[in-house]
Write a protein that binds this ligand. Structure first.
Ligand code: ADP
Ligand code: MG
Length: 211
């Protein structure tokens, strides 16, 4: 039998929105990571650009956070505002299925507006390292009850010199969290972050460009 998002354990409402957007069959990285992530495992996933990594972490986040509780439960750290925006757009399409409130927090955007929204019932934050640290220093964001942390495009964060900032953010999140790392390559520095901050991570690697 062919795998669908439904057989992977994604609920009907989410699958409905995916299908409306022409997304029917899971890609290889989605097939391999989603079941582990739904179980709560930490995962290091390596796959090239364009293989569907965003949904591989967004769907399990949607399934695992409890939107009847109004605090930030998921954080996605991403290297650029363009990526933050893309992920936000993808997640916002799915958000109505779970009544989830999402905030993008990247530089160049009005910080006061972000602060105002953070006083509301935000469940998921997607941000770049500098702006996230800015909020942490101001005390306008709180990750102490975080359930899921995603490091997206981790190798780009390394190449852009953000690793120290990323480590500082991780230190301020709940130790109970599930941690996911998605990247096209896994350089040594990323492996050492994983060794320090992840719990027995499953290592998934998709070689082909075929999605
Ligand atoms: P990556 O993060 O691996 O570079 P993205 O998550 O940005 O890749 O996905 C690349 C494109 O593929 C996006 O336009 C996304 O909507 C699309 N996509 C993702 N998953 C699927 C799927 N299962 N079926 C069809 N298209 C998909
Ligand atoms: Mg990506």
């Amino acid at each position: 039998m062919k795998n669908t998002f439904m057989t992977l354990g994604i609920d009907r409402k989410l699958v409905g929105i995916l299908n409306e957007n022409g997304i029917v069959e899971p890609t290889s990285i989605q097939l391999q990571t989603i079941p582990l992530l739904l179980e709560g495992r930490d995962v290091i996933a390596q796959a090239q650009t364009g293989t569907g990594k965003t949904l591989a972490f967004v769907l399990p986040i949607m399934e695992r956070i409890d939107t009847t509780k109004d605090f930030v439960q998921a954080l996605i750290i991403t290297p650029t505002r363009e990526l933050a925006l893309q992920i936000t757009q993808e997640a916002k399409k799915l958000a109505p299925a779970k009544d989830m409130n999402i905030l993008a927090a990247y530089g160049g955007q009005d910080v006061e507006k972000q602060i105002h929204k953070l006083k509301g019932d935000i469940h998921m934050v997607i941000g770049t390292p500098g702006r996230l640290l800015d909020h942490l220093r101001r005390g306008t964001i709180d990750f102490r009850q975080l359930k899921i942390l995603v490091l997206d495009e981790a190798d780009q964060m390394l190449h852009m010199g953000f690793l120290q900032e990323v480590k500082e953010i991780i230190e301020q999140t709940s130790k109970e969290r599930q941690t996911m790392c998605f990247s096209a390559t896994i350089p040594e520095e990323i492996q050492s972050i994983a060794a320090k901050h992840m719990k027995k991570p499953a290592r998934i690697r998709v070689h082909s460009k075929n999605i």
